[in-house]
Design a protein around this ligand. Structure first.
Ligand SMILES: Cc1cc2nc3c(=O)[nH]c(=O)nc-3n(C[C@H](O)[C@H](O)[C@H](O)COP(=O)(O)O)c2cc1C
Length: 187
């Protein structure tokens, strides 16, 4: 698979097979992540791999935290559907910025540069997984359980995102994209 094929064939996968992913494959994907470019080569990423044995606890934390938000009348967006997808995925990798302190302020933005760098690492992992026949879901709905997940994972740094990985049990159509002309100006 060449890069363009990987880019065009990748989809967000929300249904995964039970088949586990070997540690060897997880390491290949992580190695693709750490080869991403980063501002000043700061490599502002740390990864925590959560496998099947810890998955029930992760899902419990997500569901309890979302329930708390609901009890307070808060909007929980797509977080319940995302949790169902996470429950099916054999692997979820959390990405943290080791340079930014933990915060429960959801409006907080870590440095724009570091966020770009972690985004590049995440996209590298998505494309590497695609090449290996593994489906991915990039997840920010973990923010609905931000402090609870950080405490559970023993992390004091800023959580950036999570990505669930698993062998796909669906082949969704491509989601629409805005036409290039709409999003590009040739100056
Ligand atoms: C930063 C970011 C956060 C996302 N968070 C979620 C999420 O929490 N739950 C979810 O189901 N999808 C999430 N997605 C996936 C997007 O919904 C998806 O990428 C978009 O609809 C385009 O579909 P595609 O990935 O199949 O091309 C996220 C994607 C990105 C890039």
């Amino acid at each position: 698979m060449n890069t363009f094929e990987a880019i065009s064939q990748r989809r967000s996968i929300r249904r995964f097979k039970d088949t586990p992913i070997s540690d060897e494959i997880i390491i290949k994907i992580l190695n693709a992540g750490i080869q991403a470019p980063s501002g000043k080569n700061r490599q502002p990423w740390r990864f925590i791999v959560v496998k099947e044995d810890k998955r029930p606890e992760m899902i419990r934390i997500m569901r309890e935290s979302i329930a708390k938000v609901k009890e307070k009348g808060g909007d929980t967006g797509s977080s319940e559907w995302t949790t169902n997808s996470m429950e099916k995925a054999p692997v979820t990798i959390f990405i943290f910025n080791p340079y930014a302190e933990n915060t429960t302020d959801y409006g907080h933005k870590s440095s724009v540069v570091d966020v770009q760098s972690t985004g590049a690492a995440i996209q590298n992992m998505l494309l590497a997984a695609q090449e290996l026949g593994i489906g991915t879901l990039w997840i920010c709905d973990v923010f609905y359980a931000y402090s609870e997940l950080c405490a559970w994972l023993g992390e004091t740094h800023e959580m950036i995102a999570a990505v669930s990985f698993g062998y796909p049990d669906e082949s969704p159509n491509a989601r629409p994209r805005k036409p290039l002309e709409e999003v590009t100006k040739w100056f």
